[in-house]
Structures are given as C-alpha cells and as structure tokens.
Design a protein around this ligand. Structure first.
Ligand SMILES: *Cc1c(COP(=O)(O)O)cnc(C)c1O
Length: 227
C-alpha cells in the first residue's frame, strides 16, 4: 500500500467512526505522525491532500521544515516531550504545541510567543489514572494551568491531549479517552476547550467515538518507523 492509499483507507475509517458516534466527520482532523520518516514521505502525504503533521523532536522538525519550505500550508503539531529551553526554537514555527504540561513550560511559551510576536495554539497534556508515562499534568494541576492568568493573547489554550498506556485491545483505551472528555466538561466544556487530541494507529476509531478532534496516526500511514 502506498502512503496515499493508506491515507484514503484511514479517511474512510474516520468517517465511519464519526458516523457511528453521530458526529460530523469534518470535526475530526487527522494528524499524520511523521517522526523518523523522511521528508519525502511527508511530501507524498501532502500531495495526497494531507495537511496536519505531527513531529516529536525539535531538531528533526526544524530540519524537515527547511526541507519542505515550499509547502506553505503545512500545519505542524509538536507532539513530543518539550524541554523548556527548546521552546523558543519552535514557538513561532508550529500550528499547535500539544504537550504543554507544566506551569514552567506554559510560562515559557507565553514569554517566547510574546517575544516573537507570534500567537500559538496550545493543548494541555494530561496524565490520567494509573498511566506510567512521566509526561502530562495531573487532573489537579490542570485547573491551575487553565487559570485565566495563564492565558495571554499569545497563548491560545485550545484543548486537551492524552497518551494513554498501550493496551493490546483498543477498546481497553476507551476509559482514558472518556475521562479526557469528562475532564473537559468539568473545565468549561466544548466552548472553552474545543479540541481533544487522542487516539493513535491502533485505537483512533475508539478515540473518535469518544470525541477526539485530532487523531495522531503514524504507523498506519507511513509504515514502521526507522530505528
Ligand atoms: C509516535 C506517536 C504517535 C503515533 O503513533 P502510531 O502508533 O505510529 O500511530 C501518536 N502520538 C504520539 C504522542 C506519538 O509520539
């Protein structure tokens, strides 16, 4: 299967999952996770109509942006662990920073976006339940991060993001996705936090049934990653 064929097949599965959940399929956007795949793979996906791409590493993202500078309407999502000292390198180069999970990081984003005079969209990454992952704020910290004082005209908090523990059976991930939706409802609902970034190659349909607006899919589009 080519990248274009994979994108087409996933597009159909997105529509079906959205319809099962009585949702408008256009409210779900596919983020093609291109980490450790070469720029040519991104170009191929772009030519098939894909616009949102996800990257995990700052240097890799910057190198690909340079290589693909002719593709003007690419929308980059930063989805990796972000170190505070790297914020300034990407804050004015991405469509959305999906992994903001501490006050320190949020303050740095505010400062650097202001200095660059470049507003940036942000998702707050939340750790849910017994998740082993070190990333993500606790549900208690989320309230602080959402405090109005943390917002500025340069930092637009658009929603929440979660990386649940890997479950062999995709349906076992459902409680985590549902919990993220409930957390959103406790903090102003769709009108204040419209985006939910959740679901990957093996469980994006479950995530869509639970309200995902961004699904982050890598392997199912590009195949296995290089080591
Ligand atoms: C790598 C990655 C993905 C994509 O995972 P696949 O299983 O290849 O679809 C999604 N989200 C995050 C945060 C990732 O790091």
């Amino acid at each position: 299967m080519t990248i274009a064929e994979n994108l087409h097949a996933i597009g159909k599965r997105i529509v079906n999952a959205a319809e099962r959940a009585d949702r408008d399929p256009s409210t779900v956007r596919l983020v093609a996770v291109s980490k450790r795949h070469p720029p040519e793979a991104i170009r191929e996906a772009y030519e098939a109509g894909q616009r949102h791409f996800g990257e995990n590493y700052v240097q890799e993202l910057l190198a690909k942006q340079e290589e693909l500078a002719d593709l003007e309407d690419l929308r980059w999502h930063f989805i990796g662990h972000l170190q505070t000292n790297k914020v300034k390198q990407i804050v004015d180069r991405v469509h959305v920073l999906e992994t903001i999970d501490s006050m320190r990081l949020l303050s740095e984003v505010k400062k650097r976006a202001g200095a660059a005079d470049s507003p940036v969209n942000v998702l707050l990454q939340v750790k849910i339940g017994e998740e082993e992952s070190k990333s993500g704020c606790s549900t208690e910290e989320l309230g602080e991060l959402l405090d109005v004082s943390c917002r500025s005209s340069f930092v637009k908090i658009k929603g929440l993001m979660v990386i649940p523990p890997f479950e062999l059976d995709a349906d076992d991930t459902r409680p985590y996705f549902r919990a993220l939706g409930e957390l959103r409802n406790r903090h102003g609902g769709v009108s204040s936090l419209p985006e939910l970034s959740m679901g990957m190659s093996h469980d994006f349909e479950v995530a869509i049934e639970e309200g995902a607006t961004f699904v982050r899919v890598g392997t199912a589009i590009f195949g296995p990653r290089r080591p």
